[in-house]
Design a protein around this ligand. Structure first.
Ligand code: AMP
Length: 284
């Protein structure tokens, strides 16, 4: 099977229009590249959801802060295209640029973009919502697949699609982890050997909390304390946040009575890792 690579956004839009005119359904999987098994799980899921599978590969500058890792963000386009081909991707949209001269329009999902990663990374989610809007306009999908690893991003994009009548089915896929529990991330390659070992504090802290939840604990402070105790055992890590929030509204909760998410971000040096676990009370 051949993989078509399109680099120009006007050409991509015309191609998507043709596909729709021919009655083909389209699924898109947006990525920033340097693909790992987490991305590949999205592509494999996407393969079964429409006639045509499009992967986008764009390191979007507007979602990086001035002191973040845009310049050193890992890239491997040739490797990514080979992996995409293996997963049955039909079209790789790899734009050199997404923004016309004079660009000044932004999409903001006002409340969902405030807490958690939004508090630590001002403007990040405006960048995400805006570029995903553009990628949707250009690739014209019926279905789009995102990872639960970026839980807040997924919640916010679901809200955006509903609020602005995009008419796109948003599919969330579970977090793919290393055998020892570390959530796969393009940023894991920045970690030193010792940092990599201690990075397990995220998944292990969340797992401890989940075990307490499964044993019946519903109090947020107690659940957070359980996770924090584990995470404090990693001296190279600095917790950016560790919070328990409603899974849909992302409002803080004091007791888990509805689906909730415990989410965390931890710095190892300049590298910021995120992870989360969903705590869903069994329905009575
Ligand atoms: P990124 O390239 O980091 O922008 O990620 C592209 C997509 O892959 C997003 O929808 C992410 O949530 C998803 N993703 C990243 N890491 C993982 C993972 N470990 N498991 C599942 N999905 C992931």
């Amino acid at each position: 099977m051949t993989l078509e690579v399109i680099r120009d956004r006007v050409a991509m839009r015309a191609r998507a229009e043709d596909l729709r005119r021919d009655g083909r359904t389209i699924c898109v999987v947006p990525t920033m590249g340097f693909l790992h098994d987490g991305h590949l799980s999205l592509l494999r899921a996407g393969r079964g959801k429409a006639d045509v599978l499009i992967m986008t590969l764009f390191v979007n500058p507007t979602q990086f802060g001035p002191n973040e890792d845009l310049d050193r963000y890992p890239r491997d386009e040739a490797g990514d295209l080979a992996k995409a081909r293996e997963c049955g991707v039909d079209i790789a949209f790899c734009p050199d640029d997404m923004y016309p001269e004079g660009y000044q329009t932004h999409v903001r999902v006002s409340e969902l973009s405030k807490p958690l990663c939004g508090a630590a990374r001002p403007g990040h989610f405006d960048g995400v919502a805006s570029v995903v809007t553009k990628l949707f306009h250009v690739t014209k999908p019926h279905v789009a697949v995102f990872g639960e690893k970026d839980f807040q991003q997924l919640a916010l994009l679901r809200r955006m699609v509903e609020d602005l009548d995009f008419g796109i089915d948003i599919v969330g896929m579970p977090i793919v982890r290393e055998a020892d529990g570390l959530a796969l991330s393009s940023r894991n390659k920045y970690l030193s050997g010792d940092e990599r070992k201690q990075a397990l504090c995220l998944s292990q802290g969340l797992a401890a909390s989940r075990a307490a939840f499964d044993a019946g604990e519903r109090n947020a402070e107690a659940l957070l304390a359980t996770a924090r105790e584990v995470m404090d055992g990693a001296p190279l890590g600095t917790i950016d946040y560790l919070e328990l929030r409603d899974a849909r509204s992302l409002e803080e909760v004091s007791q888990v009575t509805a689906p909730a998410v415990m989410a965390t971000a931890v710095f190892f040096g300049k590298t910021r890792l995120i992870d989360n676990t969903q705590l869903t009370p069994p329905s009575e």
